[in-house]
Design a protein around this ligand. Structure first.
Ligand code: ATP
Ligand code: MG
Length: 366
């Protein structure tokens, strides 16, 4: 696994580290662009997640990399070879589809061997590889079963084994865990990460689950309506969202529109003021629940009055929606037993300006 410092994350240092390169690819269906001008570079062994709402073009992008959909324009390189017009089997990619279809009439072993047969591997070599793959996904005892005789999670692992069998340069996974229950999903995430690391394969992984994206990825590409909103590490995406869309899509937040005045302070349209030293001009401020805190005695000067609109107990913490000077903010706090805030209660809060993200208007694309 390559370890790069935060600063270098978006820079590919050596060209032989570069496994996947998408150059301005677009896909038009009639007049509508399913994918519009996407560029991306992925390094060897990198786990890169494509994240975005339904219909934003994730599957289309992945299928273009695999070769099942031809781009309307742009080009795709894999291992520095232009693959834009090559058929899928020449591309050195393994794919797990959104509905992880195994061939129902083939046994587990036959499913895994499928790609190897296409590549005309001799039988002995094939059998050895199938055995290795079954060991990798820890299901060696299931070789002779049919897919209908497996649990959802087992089918998932076999689909992964099948995609990895040909030792692809690129592994493409389209929402591989969408059919699994919450616990199995978490376990599969960890297993997938381990497998990907152990074979050091570059992986493009589609999800619309933000937690999955944040916990698994080296980098995340956030998409919206066929376009890239931001590419960055999970930390960058969460803490320094490039656009209001990214802020809203990843994690809870309140977005306050307003402007920065000549003193560097931000005032929202409703009148909530946050001291700072930003550059003057219209902007949006992103406030995460963890940045809204109950005032302590020491913070008297900066404390603001907040009226509780409603609150929801979530186990470890309570999520409280507050009205602060006409703006709605969400706070996440742990209250001691029996002291949960009720609608109408008035609390003193402070907004932490540490890492507070302000997005100037000119950086906000439509
Ligand atoms: N073969 C097709 N013909 C016409 N339009 C298509 C075709 N395939 C996809 N689209 C459209 O392209 C857009 C992107 O689809 P895509 O399947 O890439 O979305 P997605 O991000 O994978 O969504 P989901 O999260 O629901 O799987 C959608 O508006 C979809 O309707
Ligand atoms: Mg899809």
């Amino acid at each position: 696994m390559l370890v790069l410092s935060e600063k270098d994350e978006n820079v590919v240092r050596e060209s032989n580290d570069l496994v996947v390169e998408l150059r301005s690819i677009s896909k038009l269906y009639g007049d509508t662009a399913a994918v519009a001008d996407i560029s991306l570079k992925a390094r060897r062994g990198e786990l890169l997640c494509l994240l975005g709402p339904s219909g934003c073009g994730k599957t289309t992008t992945l299928r273009m990399v695999a070769g099942f959909v031809e781009p309307s324009s742009g080009s795709i390189c894999i291992n520095n070879i232009d693959m834009t017009h090559q058929p899928p089997y020449r591309r050195d990619t393994g794919m797990v589809f959104q509905s992880y279809a195994l061939f129902p009439h083939m046994t587990v072993a036959e499913n895994i061997a499928f790609g190897l047969e296409n590549l005309r591997w001799p039988r002995q070599k094939r059998e050895k590889r199938v055995e290795e793959m079954l060991k990798l996904v820890e299901l060696p005892h299931l070789a002779q079963r049919l897919p209908s005789q497996l649990s959802g999670g087992q089918q998932q692992r076999i689909a992964l084994a099948r995609a990895l069998a040909i030792k692809p340069a690129v592994l493409l996974l389209d929402e591989p865990f969408s059919n699994l229950d919450a616990q199995l999903r978490v376990r599969m995430r960890e297993e997938l990460q381990e497998v990907v690391r152990s074979v050091n394969v570059t992986t493009l992984f589609v999800t619309h689950d933000q937690e999955e994206a944040l916990t698994m990825s080296d980098r995340i590409m956030v998409m919206n309506a066929g376009k890239v909103e931001q590419i960055g590490t999970p930390g960058e995406i969460y803490e320094a969202p490039a656009t209001p869309f990214v802020a809203k899509f990843i994690g809870w937040c309140s977005l306050l529109k307003g402007a920065v005045d000549n003193t560097g302070a931000f005032t929202s349209t409703a009148g909530l003021r946050i001291k700072g030293n930003w550059s003057a001009g219209p902007a949006t401020v992103v406030i995460r629940p963890e940045q809204v805190k109950l005032s302590t005695d020491g913070a008297a000067g900066q404390s603001q009055q907040a009226r509780v609109l409603h609150s929801r107990y979530c186990g470890g913490a309570t999520r409280v929606v507050l009205d602060v000077n006409g703006e709605q903010l969400t706070m996440q706090e742990r209250f001691s037993f029996g002291r949960h805030p009720k609608p109408g209660d008035v609390l003193g809060i402070t907004i932490s300006t540490d890492n507070l993200r302000l997005i100037p208007m000119q950086e906000q694309h439509a």
